[in-house]
Ligand binder design. Structure first.
Ligand code: FES
Length: 182
């Protein structure tokens, strides 16, 4: 049987599954493991997860389509998800998106030709008190300004140069609203 996931990833999924009475409970961590390894979740990755957890492919597909944190299509090394819900909108999210789109020369929903950045608009990221908010991979950036975004893009480019093709989850400084992005 041909697989897209590495033996290490499959074993990690099995470990999660073994921790629950029903392997289905390990579906979310399994999908994270798969996405971290492949960069997104193509059908072959869903098939691997379905087989390892012994649950129907359609159930796996359903979960992937429900959560915006899972990507069915190839995305960039950095996925910039800008909140499009009203509080962020009132505080300038549209301008932030336009600014990023111009800086990267892409539209929302697109990935830069070098595969570094994908720009997406998403629903509330639960950081409304510090709007406008953007999530980049697993990290949050709040109280966004155009200047802060410019610094973040520079930082991400530096990270990419430093880390090359290594895994997508790159080590931007932790919770850097007040530090790296300042
Ligand atoms: S409205 Fe943007 S984070 Fe909630």
């Amino acid at each position: 049987m041909s697989r897209i996931l590495s033996v290490a990833a499959l074993e990690a999924i099995q470990e999660h599954a073994a921790a629950f009475p029903d392997p289905r409970s390990a579906l979310l961590p399994a999908l994270h493991i798969a996405q971290d390894e492949v960069g997104y979740l193509p059908p072959a990755a869903l098939e691997d997860v379905s087989q390892v957890l012994d649950i129907p492919y359609s159930d796996v597909e359903e979960v992937v389509s429900f959560y915006t944190m899972f990507y069915g299509d190839k995305v960039g090394k950095f996925v910039l998800e800008v909140c499009k819900t009203v509080p962020c909108g009132i505080l300038g999210a549209d301008e932030i998106v336009d600014h990023i789109a111009q800086a990267l020369n892409i539209s929302p929903g697109e990935t830069t030709p070098d595969g570094l950045f994908t720009l997406l608009r998403v629903e509330c990221l639960a950081g409304c008190h510090r709007a406008p908010v953007m999530q980049v991979n697993s990290r949050y950036y709040e109280n966004l300004t155009k200047e802060k975004v410019d610094r973040l893009i520079d930082l991400m480019r530096s990270e990419a140069r430093m880390w090359g093709d290594k895994k997508r989850e790159t080590p931007l400084p932790a919770r850097d609203n007040e530090s790296a992005a300042r």
